[in-house]
Design a binder for this molecule. Structure first.
Ligand code: 3PG
Length: 305
């Protein structure tokens, strides 16, 4: 069996070593395509592989159609909006993610960005503290849960909205449940986004919702840029000079945000939420193990298509 690791943004070397250990043990051949700059390189690399591991790399129909022997593709991470699931299904390819494996890294970054913006991007001026402020967790999944836990340590009051998680499961973590997204945003100075990007959520973070946030409203995005209505956000920042936006995924209108509101924003140069040795090792090894379990035993736990 031939396994490809295709990562435009590579894993830490220790993660690659961990993946290799798993594939070596199974007697598989491991091929690496790292830091590629053109999709033609990916299309060439997938031609004869049986399985592949990707991160935010785009597994489009074109890529999946070119992967004639592919049986399983694993997104080492949580969000699988980068895989064309219909094309995978049409080609009899099982698509999986590795939920939870990189969550702590993302949660730590969310809080790190909050501290940074509360201290005016460390520019030497007097900032504010997180203690005593309300934080709203928008979607209480693996990352949201951890953000709540860490925020609690900062002395923040934690709220959450998630229609897919039972109220009691949220409350048993000592988190206050909001019954609507509007209630969450209007209650919290900080909102941390943890929703996936799909047809229902794209551009759902809009002007009316954001404008309900109290004074000093700060949106923290370690999810996906597609869920934000960027024009609405620009309008809001023009109308409210207290509003701040920090994101691990730079918006399409990054230049306009930066030119107009540099002191109220922060955008990572490259998505770095999951970019830690620990997260890479956890997600990479989980992906390799899931591939072996699927190819050897047909175990399709974490199948998403
Ligand atoms: C995820 O969905 O797991 C994160 O967005 C991480 O993405 P990355 O592996 O491309 O850093």
């Amino acid at each position: 069996m031939k396994i490809l690791v295709a990562t435009e943004k590579p894993f830490a070397p220790a993660a690659v070593a961990g993946i290799k250990e798993v594939t070596d043990k199974a007697g598989y051949e491991l091929v690496l395509l790292e830091k590629y700059t053109d999709k033609s390189q990916l299309i060439e690399a997938v031609a004869d592989v049986d399985a592949m591991i990707i991160r935010s790399d785009k597994a489009t129909k074109e890529v999946l159609d070119a992967a004639k022997n592919l049986k399983v593709i694993v997104r080492a991470g949580a969000g699988f909006d980068n895989i064309d699931l219909s094309a995978a299904t049409a080609n009899n390819v099982v698509a999986m993610n590795t939920p939870g494996q990189n969550s702590n890294a993302v949660a730590e970054l969310a809080l790190g960005m909050m501290v940074m913006i509360a201290r005016n991007n460390y520019n030497g001026t007097s900032g504010t503290e997180l203690k005593g402020k309300n934080i709203g967790i928008h979607a209480y999944g693996n990352v949201g849960r951890l953000v709540g836990k860490i925020a609690n340590g900062f002395g923040m009051k934690v709220y959450a909205f998630d229609p897919f998680v039972a109220k009691e499961d949220i409350e048993k973590d000592g988190v206050n449940v909001c019954n609507s997204v509007e209630e969450l945003y209007s209650t919290c100075q900080y909102v941390s986004l943890h929703i996936p990007a799909n047809d229902k959520t794209k551009k759902s973070i809009n002007f009316d919702l954001l404008n309900t946030m109290p004074k000093g409203g700060t949106l923290v995005n370690t999810a996906r840029k597609e869920v934000i209505d960027e024009q609405a956000m620009l309008k809001l920042m023009a109308e409210r000079n207290d509003f701040r936006y920090v994101s691990d995924i730079a918006p399409d209108a990054k230049d306009e945000f930066t030119a107009k509101y540099a002191d109220r924003i922060f955008f990572s140069p490259k998505k770095m939420g999951a970019q830690t040795a620990e997260a890479n090792i956890n997600a990479g090894i989980a992906a390799a193990t899931q591939i072996v379990n699927f190819l050897e035993n047909g175990d399709d736990t974490f199948k998403v298509n």
